[in-house]
Ligand binder design. Sequence first.
Ligand code: PMV
Length: 359
Amino acid sequence: MFDKVITVNARPNLALVKYWGKRRQGEDCQDPALNLPQNSSFSITLDAGNELLTKTSVVFSEKFEEDMFYLNGKKQDMNDPELQERFLALEKLRKLARTKTKALVVSNNSFPTASGLASSASGLSAMIFAASKALGLEISMEKLSEITRIGSGSACRSLFGGFVVWDRGEKPDGSDSVARQIFDENYWSDLRIVICLTTQEKKKVSSRSGMKQTVATSNLYKVRPAIAEENVRSIESAAKKKDFETFGKIIMTDAMNMHATMMDTRPPIIYINDISKEIIYAVEELNEEEGRIVGAYTFDAGPNACIICLEKDVNKIIRKLESVEGIRNVMKAKVGKGPELLSDDQNSLIDMKELVPVS
Ligand code: PMV
């Protein structure tokens, strides 16, 4: 049964209105492991050519005694608690397929893992998308996003290309907390993202434990979900009108609002660094000089900056950033597609005959 290797490419997504905080067990959440968010979020899927891509091959086979996971060429320890949580999503798929057959998952990221660029999103979405095909499951993308969310919250948005809303939902079982595409990747064709890497280090506090601490200890966080919910509605309407001025303002205020709750956490969580701050000042200065929003910065759980802008202003922004010392690398991205099934056998990261990672 099975033994079919499926290979996909998936891309990270960038939240422009952020998810930071899960619902705790209670009336609206039957189990914290479901990763039910406190608020809806809004993202774009990123396309930076080959630079920000996760390629993943999956195969299920009776030959395997346990699940195996290779990331960037290294066999991972399946006893790692975080990895076990991520594999809950795979378990869910197995249940739907009524099988106990174990899997081999081989995944390669073309960008630094856990550095504030959302590799978990592209990784999880690639794995779940590929695994559902390898199991021969015919389920809707909505259902697949519900399952992916269990492995990593933000990953449920990477199952779609373009502009995506992950609805908070109300149900305690999470069946209505799913992602949906609102516009595809071609909708706002001159939108660009300038990504500034300020570090390649692994972050000190994972988003998982960071957001838990914030929900538990930050006073400011009490008002965050309502603010974020409102920001999702406003950014959706700005995107509908392609009103970049409003779009950009919401991006910056939402990111800073989230980072304020991080800093208000006990003990404080500070993800941005001095270089990030200089980038904020430089973009603010440029916007001031031009008398309009030229660029809109945002930061996830890390110090790398993403600056959203229109194609005509990319060079202006890059020139402005030359005054900031310490930026290690600048990448340009567009709004990208959702996961793609790669049909060519040569693309596989798993040897089709031996069912082992290709060396
Ligand atoms: O779902 P996680 O654990 O990757 O957390 C994502 C958190 C942020 O990247 C900071 C925000 C977001 O919505 O992607």
